[in-house]
Design a protein around this ligand. Structure first.
Ligand code: NAD
Length: 348
């Protein structure tokens, strides 16, 4: 059977990526919509064949409880709304797939995990990179050990934004600026490929004085993370430079580089490795797959087989803990130690 999804919020991500991806899913299908814009929802419902009876407003959202065609609620709203819609969705007895960042505080993440546990529903954070073939391949090559031990990671996710009125530039709705929106990819992907948790962070933050874009949220965050094996990751994120999205893992005998690492498509994986006196360069070509379809089908598979997802709520909480430490370090101008986290209860 295919798992039925209600998509909440019909903004850019839903309209341009998630709804088209659902059409190509093998284990998932779109069955309902939730939106604050009835006219837009009517058009989208007609386009994707969603019945008018399966269209909900934010006020009638809780009635999803009575809709047997909906198994999963996919929350694609501004960050500060994730908690409320997760808690209400769990109370309606539905599994929750929540966009990143999971929420705007540790406290909210913990409430979301507790609400899903109490309602006995699954909670997954939509970290699409962890389901994307190039990124998974890089992680698997590292694990095999032919490049020797990883020693250093350089990760950067930068873009240019222009509208100070957008919710991403309002602290109350976004929770922060470049860090939780795009810097999070450097943080989460580094943890994913290394399979370790940082023990310390050290950060610098900057916003151009007087720039209306950065009145409430940061423009730049640059930070380092120290891992138990001795690896240092140097990460940067910026909201006002030309797009640049990469990471490079430097190992004893070579390096692995991912360009367009966090983009929706076009990942380019290249490696260099010492072979005797020579350096071998390789471009690893892999078939392009829709990351959103892979991510949703993963969650649907977990529901069908009753397994925990690979990126459960605890994964989102861990990133939130680290982001709060990064802000604290930038504010205090000194490193911040991270308390050892309990093991993340992830599935295979
Ligand atoms: P968007 O601004 O394009 O859409 C947001 C939607 O929320 C709109 O339909 C808007 O009408 C609705 N909304 C409801 N209440 C609102 C309010 N008070 N203020 C503003 N909008 C309100 O944003 P988006 O790019 O679709 O992002 C939505 C979520 O998805 C965010 O959490 C974001 O971080 C996440 N996201 C994830 C990825 C990814 O690759 N996984 C990419 C982009 C966005």
């Amino acid at each position: 059977r295919r798992i039925g999804y209600a998509v909440v919020g019909l903004g850019h991500l839903s309209l341009e990526q998630i709804l088209p991806a659902l059409s190509s899913c093998k284990k998932s299908k779109l069955t309902a919509l939730v939106s604050g814009s009835p006219d837009k929802m009517k058009k989208v419902a007609a386009q994707y064949g969603v019945k008018p009876a399966n269209c909900y407003s934010y006020q009638t959202y809780d009635q999803l409880k009575n809709n047997k065609e909906v198994d999963v609620i996919y929350i694609v709203l501004p960050n500060s709304m994730h908690k409320e819609f997760t808690v209400r969705g769990a109370a309606a007895g539905k599994h929750i797939l929540c966009e990143k960042p999971m929420a705007v505080s540790q406290q909210e993440c913990r409430e979301m995990i507790a609400a899903c546990k109490k309602a006995n529903v699954k909670l997954m954070v939509a970290y699409r990179i962890q389901y994307q073939p190039h990124n998974r391949t890089l992680r698997d090559i590292l694990k095999k050990g032919e490049f020797g031990n990883a020693k250093f990671v350089d990760a950067s996710n930068c873009q240019s934004s222009a509208n100070p009125e957008h919710w991403r530039h309002k602290k109350a709705l976004a929770g922060g600026g470049a860090l939780p929106d795009i810097g999070l990819y450097c943080l989460n992907t580094t943890r994913f490929v290394l399979g370790e948790e940082p023990t310390e962070v050290f950060a610098y933050q900057y916003s151009t004085p007087g720039d209306p874009l950065f009145k409430e949220v940061e423009e730049l965050m640059s930070w380092q993370m120290k891992f138990p094996s001795g690896i240092i990751a140097s990460c940067s994120t910026h909201y006002h430079v030309h797009e640049s999205r990469y990471y490079r893992v430097l190992c004893e005998k070579g390096w692995l580089h991912m360009d367009k690492a966090y983009a929706y498509k076009g990942q380019q994986l290249s490696t260099a490795r010492a072979e005797g006196m020579q350096e071998l360069h390789q471009q690893i070509g892999l078939a392009e797959k829709d990351q959103f379809a892979l991510e949703m089908d993963h969650f649907s598979g977990c529901i069908i087989e009753n397994k925990p997802p690979y990126t459960p709520g605890e994964e989102g909480l861990q990133d939130q803990i680290l982001m709060e430490a990064i802000y604290q370090s930038a504010k205090e101008g000194k490193p911040v130690k991270i308390a050892a986290s309990t093991e993340i209860p992830r599935g295979p």
